[in-house]
Design a protein around this ligand. Sequence first.
Ligand code: ADP
Ligand code: MG
Ligand code: MG
Length: 253
Amino acid sequence: KLLLEVKDLTAVISESKQQILKGVNLVVYEGEVHAVMGKNGSGKSTFSKVLVGHPDYEVTGGTVVFKGENLLDMDPEERALAGLFMSFQSPVEIPGVSNIDFLNMAYNAQRRKLGLPELGPIEFYGYISPKLDIVNMKIDFLNRNVNEGFSGGERKRNEILQLAVLGADLAILDEIDSGLDIDALKDVAKAVNGLLTPVNSVLIITHYLRLLEFIKPTYIHVMEDGRIVKTGDISIAKVLEEEGYKAISEAQL
Ligand code: ADP
Ligand code: MG
Ligand code: MG
């Protein structure tokens, strides 16, 4: 079933009106894993932020249909409730707020908006416990203060845990692999793989190939100067590995 259809999407930076997205086309079906790759500055993060409705960007053209509805008509909160997830990094350590309290608050906020009763600490503990296995985290991770002394790998796994808690039809994971060593990378990949079901989809944004060896994407897209210039299977990754992005751009010209 069709999940997301992006057609000729163009967007500018709200403040400067500088155009960043120059006509993005992308179709995602349920159960697919899409990877968007591309050089630094090609517009990958802008694309993901535009999808979730980030106010720094203004859509100037094109259409985005998500689960049969016009995504561009929705505010960011409505997009999240409709089943679109983008990992949110709590930017700071929050003294005195444990990770489990933080996740419980985020989950209850979602339940309130859906008109569902909130979960108290004990119920929430029951809800989150089995999810820890998926992301390969120990229970004491929940009792630490938010982000306090988290390693790069722990922060990333915490983002996947947020996804496991909140659930999503389409999860956008932007650079969940940046700055990770190979073991942390495998852990993150395992966590993502553990969350995949036949009906949900993931859009993984990365400029490294390493992660894609562990998360087998259905499609790989290459973004360049605000457009997806090439789409293919894992063989694209091999060309990139051997010859770099230049090989892809030249093949397009
Ligand atoms: P990528 O994620 O592929 O590295 P980005 O989407 O982050 O690329 O950025 C694309 C281009 O747009 C870059 O040149 C970046 O500097 C610029 N850009 C993106 N967002 C902003 C912003 N809020 N303000 C100014 N420039 C921005
Ligand atoms: Mg970048
Ligand atoms: Mg980026």
